[in-house]
Design a protein around this ligand. Structure first.
Ligand code: 2M8
Length: 443
């Protein structure tokens, strides 16, 4: 396939094509993560979609987050999928997950979670609403005030149920919770998962990609489903799962997002006059930022995950190593990481079609250029890195990410991920958070 788009593609064309993708993926109140592969609402996708929607339609962006909140469990957890009644076929679907006591009535969700980008999306909605003024401002401000306690409950749940020992790192119980499903980060932990019996299954994801090598293997899926069965066997109870979970990993990137989002939510709390809660969120941000910093490998300068079950660090050369660029931290740490990400093992690698950080370093032995989270470039993540870089005053990095991303997205496929060397689109086409990223870049 053609690596780069014709030079004639204008910003206006990118914008209208991106708007078109989001309109077509709109299921009414929620946006499917992708038309065929992911025909339901995913939690962290919804946050990025809301960031994009806020550029074109503030009330619709509010609705996206409001719908997701409708799936929030009584514990505070926001599940990783809200299933749409009118959504298409996806495996594992609602029957496979089953019901849980904490699940909201009348709503079908998965039983695991995903990174908490939502407060950052809420901030974007507020900012866009205020820029526009009038009805947009009113609706954004009312939504923030009305839902602040729900977001607070979400952060509190993560900080307790998923950091039971208070180490400042969020523990995940499934690779899907990280959002980086089959990243080399999880190879070690998954290699120690001995799958028990799982009910028979037929995958659907493989029908929606050009080449099976773009997706996880059947062996990986068997482990994914075993972890689901484990959770289901205890009714998705947060305490009961801990002694039996075959996969328990402290996810440094998830933790960095919690740190960044807690600061953002604290800022919103301060505006709302919720000062004790804002102080609590600032303390959470400090705790998780310190947790992220504590994982740095002194030799490579990259952040690491930790396998709870072995106590060992996981030192793979993936983009999650740049977690401090998301959480923020000491200026010398951020400067070192900014140098590394712009260096030859990442954005400065000479073979790249676009100078963007790939999910795994092209210089790593784990790198697979076409395989999902093992190598391709994920456009939505670039938005998160640029947002954090802007926050921390690294305007050079933010500008480089924007320019290269817009070049990449001018192929107008809005692919789920891209081959780093050829720039070829991979995975799903018309992926919602990719289209949303384009709208955010265009401003
Ligand atoms: C991918 O994950 C889902 C499972 O959650 C899948 O492979 O079926 C990941 O890229 C994840 O980060 C993303 O949220 C989801 C929907 O885009 O797809």
């Amino acid at each position: 396939s053609a690596p780069s788009a014709p030079a004639t593609v204008t910003d206006a064309q990118i914008r209208s094509a991106a708007i078109d993708v989001l309109r077509r993926n709109d299921l009414g109140g929620m946006t499917a993560a992708a038309p065929d592969l992911y025909p339901h609402q995913w939690s962290w996708d919804a946050a990025f979609v809301a960031i994009g929607l806020a550029r074109i339609d503030v009330p619709r962006a509010v609705t996206e987050l409001d719908t997701l909140l409708g799936a929030q469990w009584r514990t505070g957890m926001i599940p990783h999928i809200r299933f749409a009644a009118q959504g298409g076929d996806y495996f594992p679907g609602p029957q496979r997950w089953g019901r849980a006591p904490a699940m909201p009535d009348g709503v079908w969700t998965s039983g695991i979670t995903q990174p908490p980008v939502h407060a950052i999306a809420l901030r974007h909605i507020l900012d866009r609403g205020r820029e526009n003024g009038g009805h947009d401002q009113q609706i954004a401000e009312e939504f923030a005030a009305a839902t602040f306690d729900r977001w607070l409950a979400w952060h509190r749940w993560l900080a307790t149920a998923r950091d039971p020992e208070g180490v400042g790192l969020v523990e995940i119980h499934h690779g899907w919770e990280s959002g980086f499903d089959n990243s080399p980060r999880w190879d070690g932990p998954y290699s120690r998962v001995v799958p028990g019996p799982v009910p028979p299954f037929e995958r659907r994801d493989t029908a929606h990609v050009a080449d099976l090598a773009e997706r996880p293997s059947d062996d990986e899926y068997r482990r994914y489903l075993w972890l689901l069965e484990q959770k289901r066997s205890v009714g998705y109870d947060d305490a009961a799962i801990l002694p039996i979970a075959a996969f328990r990993v402290r996810d440094v990137f998830f933790s960095a997002i919690l740190a960044a989002a807690s600061d953002v939510l604290a800022g919103i709390g301060e505006e709302l006059g919720r000062l004790p809660e804002a102080a609590e969120l600032r303390a959470l941000a400090r705790r998780f930022r310190a947790g992220v910093t504590s994982t740095i490998d002194p030799i490579t300068g990259l952040a690491r995950d930790q396998d709870v079950l072995t106590g060992k660090w996981i030192a793979k050369e993936t983009i999650a190593g740049f977690a401090p660029l998301i959480s923020g931290g000491f200026p010398d740490l951020l400067a070192r990481q900014s140098r590394i990400i712009r260096g030859r093992r990442w954005m400065g690698h000479p073979g790249l079609a676009h100078p963007l950080p790939s999910s795994t370093s092209p210089a790593s032995p784990d790198f697979r250029p076409c395989t999902y989270w093992r190598g391709p470039v994920w456009p939505f993540l670039m938005v998160l890195f640029a947002w954090a870089a802007t926050r921390d005053g690294d305007l050079v990095l933010a500008k480089e990410l924007r320019g290269a991303s817009l070049d990449q997205l001018s192929d107008l496929t809005f692919a789920e991920y891209y081959e780093p060397f050829t720039g070829a689109p991979l995975g799903s086409r018309a992926q919602s958070w990719t289209a949303a990223a384009a709208l955010e870049w265009l401003g």
